[in-house]
Each structure stands twice: as C-alpha cells, then as structure tokens.
Design a protein around this ligand. Structure first.
Ligand SMILES: [Mg+2]
Length: 174
C-alpha cells in the first residue's frame, strides 16, 4: 500500500482568491437612490469585460450588497431575487459566473445589523463557506463602508467613483 495516499487525503484544499463586489454603482448604474426592480437594473458597460479578465487571473466573484430598501419597505425580497437571478444569468452566459450573492435587507431605521455594511458579517460568511483567503482577495466598492466591511476581515479594497468604468480599476488586482 502506498502510504502517501493516506497523507494526500488530509491535504488542505487550496484557498480561493475572490473579488468581492458591491452591486449598485459598481455592477449596475446607481441613480443614487434605490434600485427597486429589474426595470431599474442596468449593468454598466465594462463590467463583463472586466470580469473576464479577472477570471483569467484566477479570481472568483461574490457580490456583497446592502439592500436597506427592504427594511424601509421600498421593495421586497422578491424584487431583489429577480434582479439577482438576471445578474447570475448574464454572468453565467458570459462565462464569468457569480459564485454567490450576499445581501443585507437591514437598515438602521429598523435596528442595527452586523450584516449591513460597514459590518463585516457577509464577507466573513463568504470567506468561511468558500474557503477564501482574505489576504489575496479584493473588495471593490463605491462607498467607504464597502471598503471598511472587507478591511475588517483583512481584504484589501479598491474604492471607485459611482458608476465608473470598472475596467479602469482592475490593474492592481493581479
Ligand atoms: Mg454602491
């Protein structure tokens, strides 16, 4: 019997490197208030192209988004699900699949939550579930709270201007 097999079984699985992406203002055009439903959801022009390049560099993609409009009663989980099904479909058909989407439905108007950014719970859960190494991962967001939620877990951040071309920011994510 080859004893090396015994040890191979206990080998650690390699950890993934991820790009965590805020949604509104990074993936889709943010009119600077809420994206209420799929009719208001427009993917920004360079997003898919950027994801293709980043995928070639070995990254997986996870969306981390605050959807406090739910707590405020502006829209519901169903509208969010419809948007996210569509986004997954578009990414899938472009061969840049989204590994997972985390959203926080909470807002301070209804009480505090550790999941709502700048809370780090969504990023922590993603790292644990998918065996992601924070040190080789990035968070891209258009608000400081996006950067802060990931920094708390040791993930580096790239702060972009809202609705800017994502492709202009991907150089440092190698
Ligand atoms: Mg945003």
């Amino acid at each position: 019997m080859d004893s090396s097999n015994i040890f191979n079984n206990f080998e650690e699985k390699p950890r993934l490197k991820a790009i965590f992406l805020d949604r509104d203002g990074v993936i889709n055009h943010d009119p600077s208030d809420y994206t209420r439903n799929i009719d208001e959801f427009t993917i920004l022009p360079t997003v898919i192209e950027s994801l293709k390049i980043l995928k070639e560099r070995g990254y997986v993609f996870i969306i981390i988004t605050n959807q406090g409009g739910i707590a405020k009663g502006i829209y519901g989980h169903d509208e969010v699900a419809e948007i996210h099904d569509y986004l997954r479909e578009v990414c899938e058909s472009n061969d840049t699949p989204i590994l997972d989407i985390y959203y926080s439905p909470h807002h301070e108007v209804k009480g505090r939550s550790l999941s709502r950014k700048p809370g780090s719970l969504m990023v922590e859960r993603a790292c644990a579930r998918y065996n992601i190494d924070p040190k080789i991962s990035w968070m891209v967001g258009d608000k400081q709270r996006d950067i802060d939620c990931a920094a708390a877990v040791g993930v580096r951040g790239v702060l972009i201007n809202p609705n800017d071309a994502l492709i202009d920011y991907i150089d440092k994510m190698v």
